[in-house]
Design a protein around this ligand. Sequence first.
Ligand code: PMP
Length: 442
Amino acid sequence: MKDVLIYEQITLHFVFTGAHNKQFIKKKIEALCQTVKNFLQINYVCQAVYFIMNLYEKMSLSLTKLRNDRMLRTIAGKAQNGAEIEIDGRKLVNLSSNDYLGFAQDKELQAEFLSSLPEDAARFSSSGSPLLTGAHPAYARALATIEELSGRRALFFNTGFGANSGIIAALCDGDTLVLADKLSHASIIDGMGAGRGKALRFAHNSLPHLRQLLNRYAADFKYVLLITEAVFSMDGDKAPLRELVALKKDYPNLYLYVDEAHSFALYGEKGLGLCSLEQIFSDVDFILCTCGKGLGSQGAFVLCNETARDYLINTVRPLIFSTAMPPCAFAHIDFMLRKMVNGESRRQRLQKISGAVRSCLEECGADNLSDSQIIPLLTFDNERAVQAFDFFRERGFYAMPIRHPTVPRGKARLRLSLTASLSDQQVCHLCEVIRQFLRKAS
Ligand code: PMP
């Protein structure tokens, strides 16, 4: 006799993790029950028991998943001293800092700044938006310094993130096509998303793809805003800035926006960045510089012309509706800008160290994407990136694993971020650890 299976009652449990309403869930469950009935070819009533997770349960599930995947981000206070960082009571060489020139960790500079701080700048709140009461004398002095150094108009922001997302959203109206490099920073992507124009991304540093998009769409819009980073934050390579400027000849409605977050203070005679080094400084419509990286301070500013500056003052929401940085922060920017001008020996030191580490990768036969102080050690696989993090930490280095979705799938890496304050001995040791890691991998 044949076995007969009798299903009297089937209970199906569904967990919906998205932001669905009850109606949607009911419909989905009915459809799923029907599929089960058809599959089992039975006529019994399927009873579905479901519950909707509350917000905290949903968050908790998502955190558990991140923890299991070793992708959970946390914030923990970490003491830094020179080129070192203290993690769990252990001193490691810091390869995760954006203090590229070693300005931020320089104790002598800190002491000099504090002893020379003008009385009117020793204040720790600006008490308002720059449009209201937030622009103190220290603000005006820092503004005058950067405008004199650059020969352009400048406008300060509290962060580079707020500057990019706010400026781009303000520029990106319905008449505008925005084209940004595929590897652009999250703040640029957010700005594009918040604007009302058509926003497209071109393949990383690909002039052919960019031209293809321009030929297809540029004529349909009054304005085209082309956005790139000068040095890319994850690959450490440089944008073809001269070629991008040259596109302006073929597309008269094209305006260029360059984010110098990872190159400001690092290149050019006075440290003004890669556009300055490439001698296209005045051809770029908007140059975004952050102060929290190479400059060793905090905040950001955009360099542009006077009309653009006045327009941004009247349209950029994170500028209009946010309290300005305190006077002491502007005094520090002002102080650091002057140090930056004379920072050539630090710039040269960083170039030398970076060249040595990139050569080490190449000698080992490893892929080298970088042309700067940001050097990715590609592990391709997410899990391997975590193993690389452990390997380097055990040998005294703190370098962050960067995985999908921060970088494209299959492009996971350990991000080595170098600073001029690394000693020769530390650089030699780093190269040795890179060799050991790559030998182990092959
Ligand atoms: N642009 C780029 C390319 C960046 O990498 C970053 C920060 N990582 C920013 C902008 C944001 O700058 P800030 O840290 O001053 O907000």
